[in-house]
Design a protein around this ligand. Structure first.
Ligand SMILES: Nc1ncnc2c1ncn2[C@@H]1O[C@H](COP(=O)(O)OP(=O)(O)OP(=O)(O)O)[C@@H](O)[C@H]1O
Length: 977
């Protein structure tokens, strides 16, 4: 697998930054094309991932691939979305901070697919327990549900997200995905009642009609024929070859139950979907006075039945407007046009609010719950996934495209703020000589759209809210008047002759960062007002359908107070989103669409070049290339790498900057490879850092080997005849061990290894102290050994209960504490529990609760809990507060039974363990837990809980031969000599 990855990766260059020759747009394009044709769709620019949509299934998302990318350094393997996901996760775990992955690109570029891949990666790579699996399933299955209700076929993409989605995945301190939260942005509701040619309504309508069971359709009054429904036929493409509505229906139907929707919720939900379809078929005719009247009551009856609203009430709501005079209410009849408008407005409102209800329901089911308790939010970190509609340019662009493209401007601004701008500002602050890289700052466009009083949004709102005859055209005139001279704005009236030909009278054109878009002003006011006649709301409030009742609450602020316009709500939600993102560490995935025809293997140079340009890839590349791949505060850099230079190791006396200077001189850094800033060192290429890191790893192992060798040497020395000579050696060794240990302790990132040598330190200190005190008194080795042994046992005794002295093997443990090694614990486990500080670890044999099968495990004590670990998996965590006690026998066996408080019958019970280093483990435990009396020495049998309510026994006996075997009725026999 490694080999094949490497071979594949020879094609093109996997990171533009590492190249010396690639700086031009053409070269960048060449590289992307070359890789694309070899199915290498991912390329890096530093840590930014560029992804080109392959439009075909690639065999690069298997479980095996996920395993390959887990826990591996970013640049060690070919670029992959898993590498980015894994690195974001590991950085979050090690730095205990929040992150977000911003996935951008135009419609159809592969954003939603990328976000699904990331979610799937976390689902597989994160630790799993029953509770966590539950959360994982819900996180995964929220996707098909949201896609069914929020995605639709457009001309650009057969599965286009018609809403913005930001999903937080919440992790606990062990890295388990414990919950999630979704924020949705501006669903394109107008699609419910109108679709352009070649487009469809939201998937769920077709799924229900095509896939719904006969009984269900009958109950909903639907026919199995999409053509029958006016809201489904306007795009004239109900059937799409890439979409299988029938099988998607099954997935969605199943997913709805997993995300905790009750059967009655589901029934109500389908009732609403069907009622929208029926509503679309309601037709009006003009009566003699020209007012709207219904020409067919059957569809109305279905709506009435499904929504639980009396027919009469519904009819009046769709054909009359309620006007409140001073003390009375008057119903004024609608014209046919008005009635159609009211019907469509109601259908959009029902669908839009039901979508929000669904998102809330999903959020309830993803709420951060652990064992039924809302999880402590201070102990969780999050990775946010932002998959928001891409930049859109259709032949006719309306209010929706205006909002979507404004959103993309805001995200581009965020990208500029967090990368191009902040990076360059940092160089300036640090006094690094720097040739500024020019980039297009789209602030000018954002201001044009959102500036208070003068921006397009303000002008639109003004027009919507002002009294008098406001129309789309008066809005256009207002813009011409107020922002006519803006370089990024033009209309038919303002354009020069050449441009005028490309614009209609009702158009305005914005020069976005991603290119020109011409918007047709028709419908802007209506869509922004999103008026649902008050009467319509009141009608809905009478519904017996629980979802509709919830969506149209009687306490809703009434239409007397004008609600915020759609665009202002959207603008505010984007401000909120930016705030959420600014507080997190960013990672970027830039998706590129290779062609408009959704064809595999076709790379359209012009199209891709355009995206490379507007996604800011070249600017990013130039900043990255001209800039520095890595920077760290002097103190941090010195602390980590000081063992690499004899002058800085173990301690540097001087300023951190001087220490770093000395260190990199020793390492032979060339002058163009780094820069010294005011507070940080900047390293230009990752390869320089990798070389340093490699040297550090080698040094670390050498150091550990030296410590080990010296420790072993020390043990051998004990056998030397001449005590004085031995002692002086030991003092030297002990001193060195201590020095090494101090150095190791000082390095923060090596904290997790510190416990491994803690015992060495205790031992060395003890020996040193002992030597100093007793050197004159000791005359031979045996006397010395006696002292060592005596003192060791005294130390154990101080920390163990008196009763332990009754244990038969008390005087037989080896005099020196066992050699424990951090290598025994998987890095993944260490990462998960590092915040608790590992204190001690020991291999144990764990006897299964069912059948007493022996299993090799690692028992780890941290400051807060004991962990039973199997390789990279944490099998059980026992909080010390739930540790009731520990039982050991009075015989010479090495068994211990951990008794655990456990109220939940589904939880694991007590632990039966066998440990070769029983006394040390007990000592450690009693010191950490600070409870000597939790250890009980027992004779005969120990009762323990296999599970709460199910008991087992360990029977201790002495015999001719030590052995362990399973007896009847849940008894484990332990025979010791
Ligand atoms: N990594 C991939 N492997 C295979 N096919 C892909 C991949 N990424 C995208 N596609 C194909 O491209 C289609 C469009 O992708 P996707 O829906 O993710 O686009 P998008 O950028 O989210 O678009 P929109 O903004 O319209 O929602 C997918 O339905 C799928 O067929």
């Amino acid at each position: 697998m490694e080999a094949s990855l490497t071979a594949r990766d020879r094609v093109g260059i996997q990171d533009f930054v590492l190249l010396d020759t690639y700086t031009s747009e053409t070269a960048c394009l060449d590289n992307l094309r070359k890789r694309f044709h070899e199915n290498l769709i991912y390329t890096y620019i530093g840590t930014l991932l560029v992804s080109v949509n392959p439009y075909k299934e690639l065999d690069i998302y298997s479980k095996k691939q996920m395993d390959t990318y887990m826990g591996v350094n970013f640049f060690e393997l070919p670029p992959h979305i898993y590498a980015l996901a894994d690195n974001a996760f590991r950085t979050m775990m090690s730095e205990f901070n929040n992150h977000f992955i911003l996935i951008s690109g135009e419609s159809g570029a592969g954003k939603t697919e990328a976000s699904k891949k990331i979610l799937q990666f976390y689902a597989v790579s994160c630790p799993s327990t029953k509770v966590l699996n539950n959360v994982r399933d819900r996180l995964l299955l929220s996707n098909p549900v949201l896609e069914a209700f929020g995605n639709a076929k457009t001309l650009k993409n057969d599965n286009s997200s018609r809403f913005g989605k930001y999903m937080d995945i919440q992790f606990d301190h062990q890295g388990g995905a414990v919950g999630g939260h979704i924020l949705s942005y501006l669903l394109e509701k107008s699609r419910v009642v109108h679709q352009n040619h070649g487009e469809r309504n939201f998937h769920i309508f077709y799924q229900l009609v095509e896939g719904g069971e006969e009984d269900l359709l009958r109950w909903l009054g639907l026919e199995r024929n999409c053509k029958h429904y006016r809201y489904l036929v306007q795009g004239n493409c109900a059937k799409v070859s890439s979409i299988n509505d029938k099988s998607d229906w099954k997935t969605v139907r199943k997913a709805l139950s997993v995300i905790d929707l009750s059967e009655s919720d589901i029934e109500n939900l389908f009732g609403i979907i069907a009622s929208v379809l029926h509503m679309g078929n309601i037709k009006f005719e003009a009566d003699a006075r020209g007012y709207a009247m219904l020409n067919n009551n059957q569809e109305m009856q279905w709506v009435s039945k499904l929504l639980g609203i009396p027919n009469q009430v519904l009819q009046q709501g769709l054909t009359h407007r309620k006007i409140e005079a001073k003390s009375e209410e008057v119903f004024s009849p609608f014209s046919v046009d008005h009635a159609v408008y009211a019907r469509d407005a109601l259908a959009k409102a029902i669908y839009g609010r039901t979508f929000s209800w669904l998102v809330n329901k999903i959020n309830e089911s993803l709420a951060n719950m652990k064992e039924g308790v809302i999880w402590d939010s201070s102990r969780k970190t999050v990775i946010g996934l932002l998959d928001i509609y891409g930049f859109e340019v259709f032949s006719v662009n309306s209010f929706e495209q205006f909002c979507i493209n404004y959103c993309n401007e805001k995200l581009q601004q965020l990208f500029i703020e967090l990368t191009l701008k902040s990076e360059q500002e940092e160089y300036e602050m640090e006094g690094i000589e720097w040739e500024p890289v020019p980039y297009f700052n789209n602030k000018i466009i954002c201001d044009l759209v959102e500036e208070k009083f003068r921006g397009i949004i303000s002008l639109l709102d003004e027009e919507c809210l002002r009294p008098g005859e406001a129309t789309d055209l008066t809005f256009l005139e207002k813009m011409e008047d107020k922002i006519g001279g803006h370089p990024h704005f033009v209309t038919h009236k303002l354009a020069d002759q050449k441009t005028r030909k490309t614009l209609k009278r009702g158009d305005f054109r914005l020069l976005h960062y991603a290119g020109e878009v011409t918007y047709c002003v028709v419908g802007f006011l209506d869509k922004n007002n999103d008026l649902l006649y008050r009467n319509g709301k009141e009608v809905m409030r009478q519904s017996k359908n629980a979802i509709i009742k919830h969506c149209f609450p009687s306490t809703e602020p009434d239409s007397k107070r004008r609600p915020e316009t759609v665009v202002t709500q959207f603008k505010n939600s984007l401000v909120g989103l930016t705030e959420i993102l600014m507080m997190k560490e960013p990672w970027y995935v830039r998706c590129i669409k290779p062609n408009e025809a959704k064809q595999p293997g076709h790379f359209d140079d012009v199209l891709v070049r355009h995206q490379v340009k507007y996604l800011g890839l070249m600017e990013h590349l130039r900043v990255r290339r001209a800039g520095f791949a890595y920077r760290r505060k002097y103190e941090v850099f010195l602390q980590r790498y000081k063992p690499l230079c004899p002058d800085t190791w173990p301690n540097w006396k001087g300023t951190a900057a001087e220490g770093v200077r000395c260190l990199i001189k020793h390492l032979g850094y060339k002058s163009d490879e780094y820069k010294m800033g005011r507070t940080k060192i900047f390293i230009r290429h990752p390869r320089t850092l990798f070389a340093t890191e490699d040297a550090f790893q080698v040094c670390k192992h050498k150091l550990a080997t030296r410590i080990q060798a010296k420790y072993k040497g020390y043990k051998l020395l004990l056998h030397l005849k001449h005590v004085k000579q031995t002692m002086s050696c030991l003092i030297k060794i002990a001193t060195k061990i201590e020095t090494c240990w101090r150095g190791m302790m000082a390095r923060r990132e090596r904290q997790r290894r510190a416990w491994a040598v803690t015992d060495l330190l205790i031992c060395s200190r003890f020996i040193k102290g002992f030597m100093n005190r007793h050197q004159p008194a000791c005359t031979d080795n045996s006397e010395y050994l006696a002292f060592v042994r005596h003192s060791y046992l005294t130390r154990l005794k101080e920390n163990l209960p008196k009763t332990i002295l009754e244990k038969d093997s008390w005087l037989t443990p080896p005099p020196i504490l066992q050699e424990v090694s951090a290598e025994d614990i998987s890095i993944k486990v260490l990462q998960m529990i590092q915040h608790e500080k590992v204190k001690y670890s020991v291999p144990v044999v764990k006897y299964d609760r069912n059948g007493f099968r022996p299993r090799l495990r690692q028992l780890i004590f941290t400051q807060e809990a004991a962990y039973l670990v199997e390789e990279a998996k944490i099998k059980q965590r026992i909080d010390y507060s739930s540790l009731k006690g520990v039982s050991v026998s009075n015989l010479s066996d090495n068994f211990l039974i951990l008794h655990v408080t456990c109220d939940d019958s589904k939880q694991k019970g007590d632990l039966v363990l066998q440990c070769d280093f029983l006394f040390e483990a007990l000592t450690k435990l009693s010191v950490i837990v600070n409870k000597q009396n939790c250890i009980h020495v027992v004779q005969g049998s120990v009762r323990f809980d296999i599970q709460p309510g199910r008991e087992g026994f360990v029977d201790f006996k002495s015999g001719q031969e030590s052995m362990v075997y399973r007896a009847k009725n849940g008894h484990l026999m332990v025979v010791s000599l």
